[in-house]
Design a protein around this ligand. Sequence first.
Ligand code: DGJ
Length: 536
Amino acid sequence: MRPHKSLLPPMGLILMATLCGFAAEGTRPIPRLERTGNQYRLLVDGQPFLMLGGQAHNSSASNPQDLEPVWRSLVGIHANTAEVPLYWELIEPEPGKFDFHLVDEILAGARRNGLRLVFLWLASWKNGEMHYTPEWVKRDRGKFRRVVGPRGEELMILSPLCEAARDADARAFAALMQHIRSVDEPDRTAIMMQVENETGLLGTNRDYSEEASRLFRAAVPAELMAYLDRHRDGLSASLQAAWSEASFRKSGTWTEVFGELAPEAFSAWHIAGYVDAVTAAGKQAYPLPMYANVWLINPGNERAGRWPSGGPTEHVLDIWKAAALHIDLLAPDIYLPKYVETCAAYSRPDNPLFVPEVMPQPHFAANVFLTLAQFNGLGFSPFGIDNFVEKGAVTSAAAEFEDSYRVLAPLIPLITRYQYTGKLHAVVQDIDPAQVIRLGKKLAAVVEFTKPYNPEGPRGRGMIVELAADDFVVVGAGFRADFRELEGPPRDAELLSLEEGTVEGERWVPTRRLNGDELHVTLPEKAHTLRVRLLR
Ligand code: DGJ
């Protein structure tokens, strides 16, 4: 069947936007996060981009050969972005002596496989500790001070108050960014940087060194109080609650202002300040978008220290916003069942959603639709994808990720155009066997899932894009959608045409016309894309 009817603005406009996006002839513009009011778009080569990602295991980037399964897996699941770690300990094995050969290998591997890169800078922090610092940092405890725990013991964590550590990390990160700029400017393979990994203090709620305790007993910095006061209505629920206990007082010690939350708030302020200094140094060399990822509070964690205290959890997200002005966004690693609640907490007017790690299990694959459609997310990525393809085939653990990315990849221009319009609707199976999706005032899609809900297994998943009041793209797997009128007597809307197909650039490309026995909007177990036109 021939391509027909444009889904996007006319080609002339797109072409103009593309040309305007390019800095100069022959060069690609630097990837950047564009904010328009409270809407965000990640621009790559001047065009809105969504990261259909996958993250390599922690140790896969110390030897380029270990990355081969990573590339294979990512290509196999139709990902467009690889998240790959870089290690401070290998990049700066001796102070001031840098070795970037792994960076170059990774860039070359990603390019060979048509992938973009998000680099993860594993440096002062990795999962609330300091295991990726160079040996010369680990050995010199005098210069590179550690966090002291409540019993006076030194922990495997650099103190966020240690300026020597902060400056050394910042220098290394700046050198890295300078290097990436020097080798990647023509290609822009690297599109984003994660600065540190899951910051915070694991095993203690704050640093109990003398210096830290003195600062903890002193007043909360006026700058932070002023920020919280200015943003009082938009604060996270936990911070609101803690501060309201203190009647929103505008000054005082950490304990007077934040009560029980004080050690975590204090740690957040200092860690965020440290990470911001590292980020600022890197951006000065090469200003790619940069984010910090989050170890979330797990069910059953009774207090800070069980999760890394002072990392950008929901408790102290606003303190990070006040202290870390160079960090573009705070990104939750979601391994927990409360996916929607977590996305809601991290998609705010001051924070677009990006989910850089999810559990690599079939159940989690459906969440890509929630992330992009319901929360206007910039990207999504299962963790530890190295073996998603084995013996030339996508494994069963990876099948739903592959199936979802396959149909989503061509829809990226469409999705980015409709984000923030209220016209993208996620369809994701939960315990209910059916779901009603309102499409304006006069129409609803009643979604029924094909298989019973299985909390371990794959789920019905997809999205509906409202192109017009009578024109929809329905994509996904494992459900049936009936379009029902909401005015007059209850009845199904009349189908004018039903096509299977895909989107190429701005065009709908039908591959099959459905009618007769097939005239119903059914998305089988393997994902499809349908165009549904109604007679209204
Ligand atoms: C979250 C961390 O950010 C990753 O680097 C990795 O350690 C995973 N946890 C393991 O589940």
